[in-house]
Design a binder for this molecule. Structure first.
Ligand SMILES: *Cc1c(COP(=O)(O)O)cnc(C)c1O
Length: 388
């Protein structure tokens, strides 16, 4: 048999974040232990029925059985534009400032192919959603990581990168509300990002997947596009996955600067052929009529957050109270590295959490809890953590 060697871009991938945990999980499962999985960020609640109903009807329409448009149905892009107007007061031209994605991960992963050349530097705030670094690497770019530190409220220090590096940078990836730290970003931060980006001609990629999982009605997370001048330098990725419990559906969007949106569309035109139109029809329904459900989901996550934060405090585990996202980012107890803590927790108690260092070096000393199981199981998980 010929020995097929993987391409260097795959050979040089960092190890899969959950591989070690999956292995320990299998061992624990084999022993018959009850596992509580707080590891992966995938909502446990179902998609609202009215959205599934639209899909079922749309799936029967022959017009939807043909190739979709690679930039997405105009109707879906209009619904995105209307939703951005209503939610963020941001004006988007559905013609050239919105592109439909097969989930935002797809768009994020393809974006560097449109704008990053081999050898280009891309700034990535870390700990981070692993796709940013991998996608830049696939395009041949080099990542320069910007640490997110608790003492800076998990915002990158823009001035810690010298002007020379800013000048060389092609793009900057940021993500708020943040996965994994659950931090949010104030208007002033976005303002400074945009100023820097304009000064040094850097593309700003903002991943906004969690803007609808917030807990304070009076202080909702922003779209970076709300800031004046943002559209000169920014592309924002968003998704229906987290807002409406639609991770399995694969539907999202990229919006903002028309040159950036168009570049991404060009890559998609050559790689995929767009999202199933019946899913886009269901997505339209979600964007138009999903808000009452999104509110209900927020209430559920808020309650879960309170259960976990209170219980962690009681057992002396320190964490910030998250304003948004469905994660709690907590410090590992004294004397434990992230990996040690997580592995021991799993082996001894059957509770799965994610080691902070798996999202990047500055995540060392933290672990991430996903609030994607019910209150009862969350309480049981914290009670087991306390026994460690
Ligand atoms: C879940 C998630 C996404 C979105 O995923 P899709 O399902 O592909 O839309 C994007 N960014 C972050 C940080 C996420 O956690």
């Amino acid at each position: 048999m010929p020995g097929f060697k993987l391409a260097k871009r795959l050979e040089s991938l960092p190890p899969y974040l959950f591989a070690a945990i999956d292995k320990a999980k299998d061992e624990v499962k084999a022993k018959g232990m009850d596992i509580i999985s707080l590891g992966i960020g995938d909502p446990d609640l179902p998609t609202p029925d009215f959205i599934s109903d639209v899909l079922c009807q749309a799936a029967r329409k022959p017009v939807n059985h043909r190739y979709p448009s690679y930039v997405g149905m105009l109707e879906f892009r209009r619904a995105v534009s209307d939703w951005y107007k209503q939610r963020f007061n941001v004006e988007l031209d559905p013609g050239d400032e919105v592109v439909t994605l097969i989930g935002s991960k797809e768009g994020i992963a393809h974006f560097p192919l449109a704008f990053v050349d081999p050898g280009d530097t891309v700034l990535v705030a870390t700990p981070n959603y692993p796709v940013y670094g991998v996608a830049v690497g696939f395009a041949g770019g080099e990542v320069r990581y910007m640490p997110l530190l608790e003492e800076n409220d998990f915002l990158p220090d823009l001035d810690a990168v010298d002007n020379d590096a800013w000048r060389r940078a092609k793009a900057l990836f940021i993500n708020y509300p943040n996965n994994p730290t659950a931090a949010t970003a104030p208007r002033s931060f976005y303002q400074r990002v945009i100023e820097k980006a304009k000064e040094f001609e850097v593309i700003v990629v903002h991943d906004a997947a969690y803007t609808e999982i917030y807990f304070d009605e009076a202080d909702k997370p922003l779209s970076i596009l709300e800031l004046p001048g943002a559209k000169d330098v920014c592309i924002e990725f968003h998704s229906l996955s987290k807002t409406y419990n639609m991770t399995g559906w694969r539907i999202g969007m990229a919006v903002g600067n028309p040159v950036l949106v168009k570049g991404l569309g060009k890559v998609k035109e050559n790689i995929d052929s767009g999202a199933f139109q019946a899913v886009q029809e269901a997505g339209i329904a979600a964007l138009k009529r999903g808000e009452p459900y999104a509110r209900k989901f927020r209430d559920i996550y808020r309650e879960r957050r309170d259960v976990v934060v209170t219980a962690l405090k009681n057992i002396g585990v320190s964490c910030r109270i998250p304003d948004a996202s469905f994660y709690v980012w907590a410090r590992t107890p004294d004397g434990f590295s992230s990996q040690e803590f997580v592995t021991r927790l799993l082996r001894q108690t059957g509770v799965v959490v994610t080691p902070g260092n798996g999202f990047g070096a500055p995540g060392e000393g933290y672990f991430r809890i996903s609030l994607t199981v019910n209150n009862e199981r969350l309480m049981e998980a914290v009670s087991r953590i306390s026994k460690l």
